[in-house]
Design a protein around this ligand. Sequence first.
Ligand code: TLP
Length: 340
Amino acid sequence: MIDLRSDTVTKPSTEMRKAAYEAEVGDDVYGEDVTVKKLEEMAAEHLGKEAALFVTSGTQGNQIAVLTHCKPGDELILEANAHIYLYEGAAVSALAGVQSRPIQGIRGAMDPHEVKQAIRADDIHFPETSLICLENTHNKAGGAVLPLENMKEIYHIAQESNVAVHLDGARLFNAAVASGISVKAYAEFTDTVQFCLSKGLGAPVGSVIAGDHTFIKHAKKWRKRLGGGLRQAGIIAAPGITALEHNIERLAEDHANAKILAEGLANIKGLKVINEIETNIILVDVTETGLSEAGFLEAIKEKGVLAGSYGTNFVRFVTHLNVSKEDIQTTLQKITQTLV
Ligand code: TLP
């Protein structure tokens, strides 16, 4: 089976399994796991932030950030197709008691002017705007890279109004490799960042959040409250270190494969690639095949290819380190055979 549903499906390499096996561990709730500490230091260094915290998932990282930055009754501004808004079970309202203020962006980028307009004035009728969430790369916009300039403008607006900026950088390393702009440069225009080790970077579990010491101190408490205080977590942090050491630059291969796949798919009758391919995500409109997205996905599955549903008539393909150039050619052949 060629699995292009997500870059979350990657399996840990032999090297990662070895790192997990050999990891020096301790009780991380006591702050005694040196492997977790090493990962957190590496992550903070990459992002140019004072400190970092290992968390179980991207969702947990984003939600800890929201819980730390906001109080019940506050409002957060985010792009209308942000993962935090669409795919985290309304956790910002269920857990943090926060209201979302979505703004429709273009390729995931909100207009800074609209963001400024959306920040609430001091008025007894209004919630307080306490957070702006950005997403880079933007998943629903097809792995689009947020322009640095856009992040910079929004960050300055936020600072003027004393509002924090959190970046859902689940795929921030994809953005950096595609644009040639360092993750540190992106992180400069944020207060806090979450990035995933378990997507394109290929680790089996985990994400990291980063910010200043005060943020991390409070975030640690929220992590504990959410049941995310782990014990000998070095076992799962060690593959994350391997990921940061070996799997960043190679993301370029996934991006190249995504371009080849997108070009091939665009040449198959009935398929329309709807996004510009900047990183590792391809969105395809299957309407003209006469199949529903579920029908299309079922048909290609029978041929040995998995992709994901992305709403009515849309499917998503994601390239990653367990998909080779040959697999891309095989995928194109199988889909062509499916649709004749
Ligand atoms: N995205 C998953 C699904 O949840 C849609 C995927 O397959 O793409 N932020 C962004 C931008 C994400 O894409 C994801 C996962 C998360 C946060 C959440 O990460 P996890 O799955 O580790 O909780």
